[in-house]
Design a protein around this ligand. Structure first.
Ligand code: SF4
Length: 396
């Protein structure tokens, strides 16, 4: 049986043709699935009887099994979905007064292994399929509509961020139809400005996304220079900052917003010094030439400590001082509110359950040293209450 969540509308048209049906039937079918949350072909009353019968024998709308659901004190919801093979992925709904944002996973685990990220520490199992990416949105949208008693036409999810587990641009083939389904007026009808792909900097795929489906782009920068970024975001060794910023400038030509969001996780004593703020400011302002600097907003993210990271959250005053340097330099800078950290749903905390097929732990990459300028003790795990080991001190 084919899972119909696998298809964007063009793909569904191909599938209808394979069934011997008219291509335009796909639009009706797509609306039933993604606008009304219907799974049963028999209930899709405006479809031709012949198509309903063929669908009943060949296709399903297969949701992901929910392994658990947790609701935080602030209303944030985290779902753990079982994707088989011992893997589970996490999806987070963040309610706010004027929007409902869904943070979606693109991979079971992640191979990039960013030093401050819980997902990265778990290693990598596999890419999610388009159906598994879309199923996260399908489940959240229609579960919340029922729960909140929303009227027909009202949406629970107004914004999507591809910031859950995984590097979305390393799963591009599955990501692209999923994005098209989110944007499709016959699907979820989200505007390009309200769908954000967050990347650690897969430069060639930033160019592809610009050409294929330019949605809002967020880039995980986290360091103002290559030496530190090499340690925090290992992908930087392949695509250093200068190449990354050049790709971002190229993206702006077709981006739905006139800026790129730069994410910067504030790590105590690692990347949060005033001189690093000034270096970051110089980096994004450039020297005035066309091939330097970047039109951007900077989002400072309080680090969410987790066992084994060996890193700590920057004190509030240090974050404020860092932000002030950027703001005084004319860069729009925000400090992200921490949401759902009592259920480990906050940024960088998503871990799910991953069968690490990269043997990350055995290769010893978790112990990569990070330059630490001042620290006296490791952070205390929220889960265990046990202090993690202090990070390696290094002057390199
Ligand atoms: S921050 Fe993103 S790219 Fe880096 S390890 Fe975590 S999920 Fe992967």
């Amino acid at each position: 049986m084919v899972n119909l969540l696998q298809f964007d509308r063009a793909g569904l048209g191909d599938f209808c043709e394979q069934l011997g049906e008219k291509r335009f039937r796909a639009t009706q079918l797509f609306r039933w699935i993604h606008q009304r949350g219907e799974r049963d072909p028999a209930a899709m009353t405006d479809l031709a009887k012949s198509l309903r019968d063929k669908l009943a024998g060949s296709a399903v709308v297969e949701a992901l099994p929910v392994a658990s659901e947790q609701v935080a004190a602030d209303g944030t919801i985290k779902w753990l979905f079982d994707v088989g093979g011992g893997d589970a992925i996490e999806t987070v709904f963040i309610p706010e007064a004027d929007r409902g944002t869904l943070c979606i996973s693109s991979q079971a685990g992640c191979a990039v292994n960013c030093r401050f990220c819980s997902t990265g520490h778990q290693g990598f199992s596999r890419n999610l399929t388009t159906a598994e990416i879309v199923a996260q949105l399908w489940h959240a949208e229609f579960t919340l509509r029922r729960r909140l008693g929303l009227a027909a036409g009202e949406r629970a999810i107004t914004n999507v961020v591809m910031m859950g587990m995984g590097e979305p641009l390393q799963n591009y083939a599955a990501l692209l139809p999923a994005l098209r389904t989110m944007l499709d007026d016959h699907g979820y009808g989200l505007s390009r400005r309200r769908v954000t792909v967050s990347t650690s900097g897969v430069v060639p795929m930033i160019d592809r996304l610009r050409d294929d489906c330019p949605v809002a782009l967020a880039v995980s920068l986290h360091a103002p220079d290559d030496a530190l970024r090499d340690e925090l975001v290992p992908l930087n060794r392949k695509y250093p900052i200068a190449e990354l910023l050049a790709a971002c400038r190229g993206y702006l030509a077709r981006a739905p917003r006139d800026f790129i969001t730069l994410e910067y996780c504030m790590l105590d004593g690692v990347n949060d010094a005033p001189e690093q703020a000034r270096a970051l400011l110089a980096l994004v302002r450039g020297d005035g030439s066309a091939d330097s600097g970047l039109a951007c907003k900077i989002n400072l993210i309080p680090f969410n400590p987790f066992p084994a990271s060996g890193l700590g959250r920057s004190p509030r005053e240090r974050v404020a001082a860092f932000a002030a340097v950027l703001q005084e330099g004319g860069i729009v800078t925000t400090v992200r509110k921490t949401r759902g950290d009592d259920i480990a749903a906050a940024c960088g905390q998503l871990a799910g359950e991953v069968q690490d097929r990269t043997r990350l732990a055995e290769r010893g990459t978790r112990a990569a040293p990070v330059r630490v300028e001042r620290r006296v003790a490791g952070p205390v795990s929220r889960r265990t209450g046990v202090a993690a080991p202090a990070p390696v001190r290094s002057s390199s």
